[in-house]
Design a protein around this ligand. Structure first.
Ligand SMILES: C[S@@+](CC[C@H](N)C(=O)[O-])C[C@H]1O[C@@H](n2cnc3c(N)ncnc32)[C@H](O)[C@@H]1O
Length: 280
């Protein structure tokens, strides 16, 4: 859309440098602009506002996603001056402040995939829950579950508290502010049928805590990691070796897939891993 909208406004060389896709979250568009085109940022923002009527604000991402809270720096470009928006996905509504919390619309399929696996009566621990996206979609799909949504970012926690109310699941999604290692030690030891670990950067480091959260007999861990691989199959194999190296308990990878390509030959992989903690 963007390249087409800017034909005749930018020259062909400039057009060829534009990124072909960008995220739209609610009514906010977040774009990345290559350095040589920074001076054209207002023209680019205007083209988005003129061509996408649902977009009210255009922001420019000026840093990679980083830090404990997994946040990106954003520069206001045009439209309504705001970073708070309402995002809808799988019949759920999420209030998101893009300057203060992590958020990606690109995990939409993954969120539904996980929610569809959860069975009646399960207890689920989401170790890196953010504003509640995975947790709330699970609770909406499956009425007889309890989901613990842990996050260390106070802003994400506050929005999760609001989102569980907006989506009428506050009796089944329990939001907890804190480091998931400490929270699980203190109050969620041995409770979970299923544990979500949607933070690739901490996957390995927190695997022991995920195991601790599982019920005494075991359960399923959804393990997200990022690995290099010259081919997709190599990347999946590498993710599986990570699990094999770090898990001494009996386990079986029951499903694996590439969630997305995060760089050249660099993949985000999810492994659904069944773990047996004790046999009886
Ligand atoms: C990649 S985001 C995923 C958020 C959410 N699951 C989603 O998909 O929108 C990772 C989240 O983990 C949180 N986080 C980072 N370290 C944490 C920790 N030690 N304990 C709990 N949450 C943590 C961050 O604040 C961030 O919200």
């Amino acid at each position: 859309m963007l390249k087409r909208a800017l034909m005749g406004i930018l020259n062909p060389n400039e057009i060829s440098q534009l990124y072909s896709s960008f995220d739209i979250i609610g009514d906010i568009a977040i774009i990345k602009i290559p350095d040589p085109l920074i001076s054209k940022k207002d023209i680019i923002a205007k083209a988005i506002l003129d061509n996408l009527k649902s977009v009210k604000t255009v922001l420019r991402q000026t840093s990679p996603i980083s830090g404990i809270y997994r946040i990106r720096e954003l520069e206001y470009l045009m439209g309504e001056k705001k970073t708070l928006t309402i995002y809808k996905e799988h019949s759920c509504i999420f209030k998101v402040d893009l300057a203060k919390v992590y958020f990606s619309p690109r995990l939409s399929y993954e969120r539904l995939r996980i929610a569809e696996q959860v069975k009646s009566g399960e207890k689920v621990v989401n170790m890196f829950g953010g504003v509640g996206t995975f947790s709330i979609i699970i609770a909406k799909k499956q009425p007889n579950v309890t989901v613990y949504n842990i996050d260390i970012n106070p802003d994400a926690h506050q929005l999760a508290l609001e989102n569980v109310i907006i989506n009428k699941v506050s009796n089944r999604v329990i939001c907890i502010l804190g480091d998931s290692r400490e929270v699980i030690h203190k109050m969620l030891n041995g409770v979970a049928d299923r544990v979500l670990m949607p933070l690739p950067e901490k996957a390995c480091e927190y695997l022991d805590v995920a195991i601790e959260a599982l019920k005494p007999q075991g359960g399923v861990i959804h393990y997200y990691t990022e690995v290099y691989g010259s081919k997709v199959e190599d990347a999946i194999q590498e993710a599986k070796s990570q699990i094999d190296k770090n898990l001494t308990l009996p386990h079986r990878v029951i499903f694996s897939r590439v969630v997305r390509e995060v760089g050249p030959r660099w993949y985000q992989i999810v492994l659904d891993v069944e773990i047996i903690k004790c046999f009886n």
